[in-house]
Design a protein around this ligand. Structure first.
Ligand SMILES: [Zn+2]
Length: 233
């Protein structure tokens, strides 16, 4: 899954508007950001096999450190923990107070939990679309429901998730200028265009090229979220 992950960012942002949207944009794609880095470093492996699924030509045959269930749980916990530390410093909240405000929005656990959930949501949505290449741990018990083999349904799901989440966000915030009014829907259309190239365009020349392109895209989209969020209140 690609652009559908951002639907989760928007939905979580609608729940807790104190979490910066660009952080949620990176959180929902963190597992893929790490995948891009690990592929370029040769730690995880993939190759291009045109036709391996109807929409994605990547044979993701070895990615235990990013896309196994155990790895996803670990990364989610680490990121939730890091966010907890960051806002704990910002709020200078004593630990006892933090503990009693557990699961309250103004506390520091609830937003950290949401950031952790954002990271973990990546694996859950990937499970729906991937072929069985997501392991339980290491390189064993591979799972994947294979929706990538049904292009129309897979494409529709990405769009429904993205715009469903975005709608929740737009309804919970207000535009402060023209960019704030039209910026997010335009970003949505750009994301759909990128998704259709990924799904229906020519396969990338190599797994490394796919990884580098993905990394660039994730940084650019997080930057766009950073800027666009400032145009709304
Ligand atoms: Zn992924």
């Amino acid at each position: 899954m690609f652009i559908g992950h951002y639907g989760v960012s928007f939905a979580i942002k609608a729940v807790d508007r104190n979490i910066p949207l660009w952080i949620l944009f990176l959180a929902v794609q963190l597992v893929d950001v790490l995948w891009g880095i690990f592929i370029l470093a040769g730690i995880e492996k993939a190759r291009i096999v045109p036709g391996i699924t109807a929409t994605n030509p990547l044979d993701l045959y070895y990615m235990p450190y990013t896309h196994s269930l155990v790895a996803a749980v670990i990364w989610s916990t680490v990121c939730g923990g890091l966010y907890w530390l960051v806002i704990k410093r910002g709020k200078n909240q004593p630990v006892t107070e933090a503990a009693t405000s557990f699961l309250r929005k103004e506390g520091i656990f609830f937003p950290a939990l949401l950031v952790g959930l954002a990271v973990f949501s990546h694996w859950v949505l990937d499970l729906v679309v991937h072929r069985p290449d997501l392991s339980l741990y290491d390189d064993t018990y591979k799972m994947g429901l294979g929706l990538w083999n049904y292009p129309a349904i897979a494409f529709g799901l990405e769009i429904v998730l993205l715009f469903g989440g975005m709608l929740l966000y737009l309804r919970s915030t207000m535009a402060t200028n023209v960019a704030g009014k039209f910026g997010m829907p335009i970003l949505g259309l750009i994301l759909i265009a990128v998704q259709s190239v990924v799904f229906f365009g020519a396969p990338p020349p190599s797994a490394a090229a796919a990884a580098a392109t993905a990394l660039g895209a994730y940084v650019i989209f997080a930057g766009a979220a950073f800027w666009l969020e400032r145009q709304r209140s």
